[in-house]
Write a protein that binds this ligand. Sequence first.
Ligand code: FES
Length: 280
Amino acid sequence: MWEYTDRVKDHFVNPRNVGEIENPDGVGEVGSLACGDALRLTFKLDDKKRIKDVKFKTFGCASAIASSSALTEIVKGKTLEEAEKVSNQDIANYLGGLPEEKMHCSVMGKEALEAAIANYRGEKVTQEEFEIICKCFGVTDREIERAIRENNLKTVEQVTYYTKAGGGCAGCHPKIEALIEKVRKEMGKEVPVAKPEKKKLTNIQKIKLIEETLGREVIPALKADGGDLELIDVQGDKVYVALRGKCSFCPSSEFTLKQYAESKLREFVGEDIEVEEVRP
Ligand code: FES
């Protein structure tokens, strides 16, 4: 279950600076509805070139709304040079912390601000010069490398928490591992070694472990957001589940399945587990 701080809850229930500024000096948009999170940020400067007003519109979870709200409060009154120094960790710290699984919301805020400042300066932000590493979520090598460097990330799972990359089909995991190794070597940090193999389970042990893991690691978190998940069947390494409640029509249900269900089952049950949704 997500442990949200009182400050996160407050900014979620009473978000500050919601909306859009007319004739803004800068506009930044990041994310996409298809990926479950999107954020549009607009700002206006005063005659001293400080951010006089800043507003946001977002589509996303409680953390995305709270992070966007916090960002607008942090940057109000700052010059653009001061504002661009605000990191995703500053946003999380302002909120008293975010669950690690939700850190991509703070990263999205930072990226929207950068896009809005680039827009003000007339700079073109083009993704073409960067390689798309995660095709499921359209995340580039630049975004992943930066998240690793700025947040001292060590594992693919953490990269997914901070950028969403790797949270779908898992096809990009080898490339993400290679980026972790490259960036951590550049930083002079230790490179994590591969996890030891899990012992072989009988079918009954495996099904029990899957049930336990879903019940302990996955379902409480989904229930906290108004959703649920039901285990339907297990065949070899394929785990068939049905999403219930809000999860059943959530645009990021694929992310939920892969990120929360599959990654937890791979961590606690077996590396080859694949989760598939059974639809009515
Ligand atoms: S390509 Fe990254 S999760 Fe599918």
